[in-house]
Write a protein that binds this ligand. Sequence first.
Ligand SMILES: NC(=O)c1ccc[n+]([C@@H]2O[C@H](COP(=O)([O-])OP(=O)(O)OC[C@H]3O[C@@H](n4cnc5c(N)ncnc54)[C@H](OP(=O)(O)O)[C@@H]3O)[C@@H](O)[C@H]2O)c1
Length: 285
Amino acid sequence: MGKGVAAALAKEAEVIIVARSEERAKATVDELGPNASYVLADLARLADVRRVTEELHAQHDALDGIFVNAGLGYAAGRVETEDGMDSHFQVNYLSHFMLTLNLLDLLERSEHGGRVIFNVASFGEMDWDDLQMERTWGYERGIGQAMVAKRMLVARLHALCRARDDSRVSFVGFQIPKTVWSNQINIIPWPMRFMATVVKLFGGFISIDDCGRIMAPLFTEPHASSLRRSGKLITEKKGALVEIPDIDFVLDPAEQDRLWRVSLALSDDDATRRIADQLVDKLAS
Ligand SMILES: NC(=O)c1ccc[n+]([C@@H]2O[C@H](COP(=O)([O-])OP(=O)(O)OC[C@H]3O[C@@H](n4cnc5c(N)ncnc54)[C@H](OP(=O)(O)O)[C@@H]3O)[C@@H](O)[C@H]2O)c1
């Protein structure tokens, strides 16, 4: 999905891909053309996230938008990262928390109005007693928990920035309306692939190019329109971008605050903590 959106945007804008494999990043950049470049980071490593935000600061004075997208889907079993976390939790949520906070200043300097578009879906639950899924693991459970966490982050960042009367950056959760025929198809076991192929024949999937066509306007629309969507969960219906109401749990400030504090503790990163403190301090003052 990231590639589909990057391809749509690279026709007229400079696009930087954050990728874990240099070989695949080079091939993608060659395909996308002269407006595309890459930086390397394995989002399963906190140290890589820290390094890549420093690299982006060294290379750029401002960013117009971030697509918070990369994520693990199907997995045969639980994988623990070298930081001691569940890989779905770390790659699909915590790395995005860190990246977004550390790139906020570059987004604030955008001449077009910075925006963060989170690729989310409206399912999932938080398991506060087993966040790292050591007791009960399932890949769908891991994807779902990260989706809820990202939706809570959208609402929290929006609330923090608006409360200090700061409208330089918008934060939008976007749910693609149909399942996407992505690289997941090459990863899932063959019975699932067979079923998916049948469903595809009946029009049950959309392509990554469709994804790019649907989602690119979120990055290019005027900032005033993007600000009106900020803090919300959006999808596409009959060619229009429409809001979907999110569940009470996601919108509860106490739950958002709990996730915020857990995320800071798990990131264990001074720079991220400083940025978070500044956001919350301005709110208090
Ligand atoms: N497919 C759908 O219908 C659908 C619907 C709603 C939301 N989503 C969400 O959309 C996102 C993309 O899904 P997709 O279907 O496009 O999956 P995909 O084809 O498997 O692509 C996932 C992307 O994430 C990258 N990635 C995975 N782990 C990474 C890591 N540790 N560090 C850096 N990059 C990493 C992959 O890089 P490599 O090339 O190195 O593997 C790949 O480019 C996911 O968050 C998914 O949950 C998907």
